[in-house]
Design a protein around this ligand. Structure first.
Ligand SMILES: [Zn+2]
Length: 340
């Protein structure tokens, strides 16, 4: 399942990117979707439907989600339940880890590259617990993620490869956080908008057969200003099992102990009691006419209209049948039953 973009060893630098022609854009479409902005920390009308997260233009195609985080275990802590739920619903989910967490130990005898290999294996095992079979490791050195053309090029290339409907990443604007988390959040957002969508950014990708791509929805995880909540009550055990796979990072604990730990954390966005477990995000929409909720409404209206038309037809056919039935003793009795 492993597919690696960078050829560098885990402890070395990102390689292989030529700086694209950087063109300023006036195409400022980013909006914080106020329609889904309940007061921070509340579930406005129950948990959100994950189906809202992608346009509905082509239901035959599986929806694609790309989760970009800084270190192995970031995904499981912030949005593991959401990823598991998307996978259950048939989404193609890809995890992209910018670093392989090669500094995440106090054990001086454990070499960075051995730790990176261990943590990649833990990440893949955790992904499998969540029903996700596709992990990309960019192998930027842990703690040294720098927001520049090289990183943005890798992220744009990943977006153009995966072509996601939905991107989940760190909220890079939340204030103090691990510098890799901040940097990955900001750079990923920049990669989504405007870089990945405009062909003159990183034009060398065209020679790789990659097309510009527009991802319209982004969920920012680990945010302090959540306005979007995903009910993960049905996925919480998968999330816990995935967290337990990061054995180099977390104390061994039973599922029950983990659930107790998580009770005091972010998942208690469900603390309002509307659902047992939720993960919280800030949701961004990047223009376009395919705002998912609007599509969903139009689709529902079309379905209701079709159902109403079908019901009217049935009623009319039944009416004809009963009209025929009243004529059983007439000379037209032969027609009886043609309506039903
Ligand atoms: Zn991290």
């Amino acid at each position: 399942m492993e597919r690696v973009l960078a050829t560098a060893s885990p402890a070395s630098a990102v390689v292989g990117y030529t700086v694209g022609i950087m063109v300023d854009t006036t195409d400022k479409q980013v909006t914080n979707d106020a329609r889904y902005a309940p007061k921070a920390g509340t579930l406005e009308s129950g948990a959100r439907d994950r189906a809202e997260l992608a346009p509905e233009e082509d239901d035959a195609q599986p929806k694609r989600a790309l989760v970009v985080m800084a270190h192995p275990d970031d995904i499981e802590f912030t949005c593991g339940g959401t990823a598991a739920g998307l996978a259950e619903e048939g989404w193609a989910v890809t995890f992209c880890l910018v670093t392989s967490g090669d500094k995440g130990t106090k054990d001086e005898s454990l070499a960075s590259h051995d730790l990176a290999a261990l943590r990649e294996a833990e990440q893949e095992a955790a992904a499998r617990e969540l029903g996700v079979n596709h992990c990309l490791f960019l192998r930027v050195p842990d703690g040294f993620v720098e927001d520049g053309p090289e990183l943005r090029g890798l992220l744009v290339r990943t977006i153009r490869e995966v072509q996601p409907d939905l991107v989940i990443t760190w909220d890079g604007y939340r204030g103090f956080n691990h510098r890799d988390h901040r940097t990955v959040g900001v750079a990923t957002l920049d990669a989504v908008f405007p870089l990945a969508r405009n062909p003159h950014y990183f034009p060398e990708h065209a020679a790789m057969g990659l097309r510009p791509h527009r991802a319209n929805t982004v969920l920012l995880a680990g945010t302090r200003e959540p306005d979007y909540f995903v009910d993960v009550s049905a996925q919480i055990e998968k999330k816990v099992d995935a967290l337990r796979r990061h054995a180099s990072q977390v104390q061994p604990a039973s599922r029950e102990e983990w659930l107790k730990r998580l009770r005091g954390g972010r998942e208690t966005a469900a603390q309002q009691g509307q659902v047992p477990w939720a993960e919280s995000f800030r949701r961004l929409h990047f223009g376009g006419t395919s705002a998912p909720n609007r599509k969903a409404v139009l689709k529902r209206l079309a379905k209701e209209a079709a159902e109403a038309a079908a019901a009217a037809e049935t009623a009319s056919a039944d009416g004809e049948a009963s009209q025929n039935a009243t004529r059983t003793d007439s000379k037209d009795g032969a027609k009886v039953g043609t309506g039903g």
